[in-house]
Design a protein around this ligand. Sequence first.
Ligand code: CTP
Length: 402
Amino acid sequence: MKLKGKNITLGVSSGIAIYKAVDLVSKLRKLGVNLSIILTEDSKKMISPTVFSAVGNCTVYTDYFEVTDGWIPHTQLSMESDALIIAPATANIIAKIANGISDDLLSLTALAFRKDAKIIVPTMNTRMYESPALQRNLDILKKDGWIIVEPETGHLACGEIGKGRYPDNEMIIEFLEYSLSKKDFKGKNILITAGPTQEPIDPVRNITNKSSGKMGYELAREFSNRGANVTLISGPTNIKPPYILNEFIKVKTALEMNDEVIKRFNNSDIIVMSAAISDYRVKNYSDIKIKKDKENLILELEKNPDILKEIGKIKNENQILVGFAAETNNLIDYAKKKLVEKNCDIIVANDVSKKDIGFDSNLNEVYIINKLGDVTHVEKNTKKFISINIINYISEYINSKK
Ligand code: CTP
C-alpha cells in the first residue's frame, strides 16, 4: 500500500508523548500524504500549533467554531479524509469517543468519521492504562472498528515502569497502511522465506551470501496489509520484521529453514520462496575454532536440500508456489528452466550482478514469469513497490484460475 496522495487527519491530544507526534507528522509528510491536524485545547498548551503546521506543511485546526466560507471543520475533515489517526490518545479523548461525547473538534470529527481506517494510539501512565474504565472504553472502540495500536512497556514520563509508552511511529504507519489496504488475501495462509542462510564452518565462521531479506520482508508486510495470515521464515538479517505478522521464525541454516517450511507447507495456500538458500553446507564442520596452521585449508561441502524443488513435487493443485531466480546471466532462460524444474506456478527473476539493485539494495527490478512462459517486466523501483506488483500479479493469477 502506498500512502502517497492519501488524505489523513491526525488528531493530537495532550499526552506527554505529544513530542513524538511531531515526528509522526514529519514521517507522514515525507511519505507524501496530505495531512490535516487537529489539536485539542490542552495539547496546544504543550506544543504550539505552529510547530505542527510547519512540520506537516498543513493546516492545524483547533476549534469547531472556525467555520470559514461555510467550511465546517468536523464534517468536512471527516468526509474528505481517507483515514483518521489519534496519537497520542489520552484516557479522556478515548472515553469521549467511546461514549459518543462530542464537545470539541477532535471528538466531533471522530463521531462523524465513518470509514474503516481509524486508528487510536493510547499512551498514559500504566495504572491509568490498566484501569477497568480505560480498558472498557478500549473494548468499545474495538467493537466500533477502531484499530488500537497498543502502547509499549518501558520507562514512563512519571518515572514508573510499565505499559503505556508511545510506540514506534513506524508501527503506527504500518497500521495506517494496513487500515487502508484492500483485503483481497483475507483468510489465506501465506508462507514466505526470506534472507540468506548461514552454514557454519566452525563456531565462529560461516558461509553465507549477500541477501538482505528486504524483498521477502516487504512481501510479508504487503500480504499482511491485504488480510493474509503470514508466516515469515527468515535467515539472519539486520532488518526489522513487519509489525503485523502472524508468525515470525528465525533460522540460520538451510536445514533449519527446510524443517520450518515442511512443518507449515500443508497448511499454506501460497508459498513464496524469496530466501537465498545456501546450496551447500560444510561436511566436516569443526566444533572447535579452526587454527591457521595449514598453508591450504580444504572444506568439503555437501548438498543442502532444494526446498522449493521438494515442495514442488508434493504441492496440491490449489497451492500456489512462487519461486525466485537470482541470476547473473541468461536471466530469463535460467528462470524459465527453474520454474519448470521446481514445478512453480510463478517465478520472479532478478539480476544479482547489478550493484544498484537486488541483493543488499533497497531497489530491485524483476521479471515475473508464469507457466505459459509469459514475461512481465517490473521496472527498477523500491522493493516495496516491486512487492506490491508481485502480489497484484499473484492476485490476478488466482482470479484467472477461478
Ligand atoms: N531454493 C531452495 N533451496 C535451495 C536453493 C534454492 O528452495 N537449496 C529456492 C530459492 O529460494 C529460490 C529458487 O530455489 O526460490 C531458486 O534459487 P536460486 O538460488 O536462484 O537457484 P538454485 O536453485 O540454487 O540454482 P543455481 O544456484 O544453480 O542457480
